[in-house]
Structures are given as C-alpha cells and as structure tokens.
Design a protein around this ligand. Sequence first.
Ligand SMILES: [Zn+2]
Length: 270
Amino acid sequence: MKPSAANFRTLFIRTGLALSVCAAVLVGAVQHARAVDAFALLQKGDGSIHVDAARDLYLEKVRIKSHGIDFMNGCQKAKMNKHKRLPISSVPVIRYKGYTIVGSPYQSVPIKTGKNNNPVYFKRLKGALDIIEKYTPDSFDAISKTMKQKNGYIIIDNMCPSDGGLAFAAFVPRKAPEHFVVMVSSTLLLVPDLFNDYDIASQLIHEMEGHAVDFYRRGTTDETNAFTQQARFAERVGDKKFRDVNNRAVNLRTKVKLKLSTTGTYVESK
Ligand SMILES: [Zn+2]
C-alpha cells in the first residue's frame, strides 16, 4: 500500500507509538571530502549551496545506525526512497540566532511527497528555537556555544515509520574536521496537528543539549541524561504546552526510571 498522509496518520494514532529520539553512530569508513568543502560554505551565513554539497551534508552516502533498535532504515523497509531529489540545483541554508540549518535537497516521505517543503521546515525550526530561547535561555546559550565551537548544523532527514515507530531526531558526531549533525524528522515538522513547535523544541533539547553538549563535555551519548534534560525543559515550559504526550515531564521521568530499573519494569508506588 502506498503511504499517504491519511493512512500514515491512522497508523500513528492507532499504535500511539512514537519512538522519540536516538543518538546515532556512523558505521564503516567515511569519505566526505566534499562535505568538508560544503562545511566551509556554511560558515558564510544565509545563502545557498550546490545540491551535491547538500547531499554530503545530509550524509547521503554514510551508513548510520542508531543505538538499540535501528530505526534509521525504516524507509528502506517500507521501500520508500528517502533520497529522491527535488528538482532544484541549489539548496537554501540559513543561520538563525547562531544555529545553522541546511535545507533539504530531497522530497519528503512518507507525507507531502513531491513538494519543496523547505520554507515550512525553516519556519517550524525557527519557532522551536524561539521557544528554547524564551523558556530556557541557559540551555539556548549552552547549545549555541557548542554549535559554534564544534561546528554543529541541523538537517531535516526523512525518517520513515518502521514497525509502527517513528524516529524524531538524531545526533551524529563526526570527525576530520570535527563537527556534528542534528537530524530532525521531516514528518515531525510536517504534521502540525500532531506535533506543535513545543514538541519540536523538546526533540531539539534532547539531541542538542541532551546529546551534543553532553557528548563534548563527557564523551558519552547517555540516553538517561538526554531524557532528563528533556524532562527539565518540559518542567520549565509546562506539560500543557505539548501536543505529544511523550514530551510531558511526567512521562519522560517515568521513561528515565524505566531505563534505570534493573528489572526492566517500573511499578508506581501509592
Ligand atoms: Zn537520545
């Protein structure tokens, strides 16, 4: 069955399952000379880059594997080409309040396929960054410092639902030169009636503060820390702001407890 916005949504609501986030690792040797060139272009600020440079920055030829259950290959399983290109020769890049966002050279999947959704992506990511800046300025500054020092940038990846799950975002550290990529799911940005800007902000906090800042501070990609940072963000924003209940502090705290539990189950005491 060919996926459409309607049946994807049905699937999503039926399962009620959103596997939120992951820290990803690279598998195998990486050749990214062009990415290094493209990366130099990013330092220049707003503008556009050649579509091939964007493909490198999107790690098109790099095999990425997420920790735990691998949700990075959902598109492959669903037989959807996540790298089907838009008919454009250059890709927009913006620098917003110190954060670099590289527009997508690809059509989105599994929804709004065929459209150039870059204006929507930028609008929503800007909205999420504004929320982080407003409610948690300390986090905003810590992240923007790490983004600058370690050359971080945000891309909008097509992360397809696989086995009823959906990866929302990922953090990928890279070397030579040292930089990192924060991948945000195109689906997260394109279904506003399921995910509002606070939900997007929550995912960015998980990846950028929970993983990126922590990775360069302690050298780990500890999920407990990432979910704890996300829960702290929710406490400061207020649970009512989120459309996705997975981003509520109470649910994130439970998730952290589950992770810390040695038995794998958590029973709330009365
Ligand atoms: Zn994570």
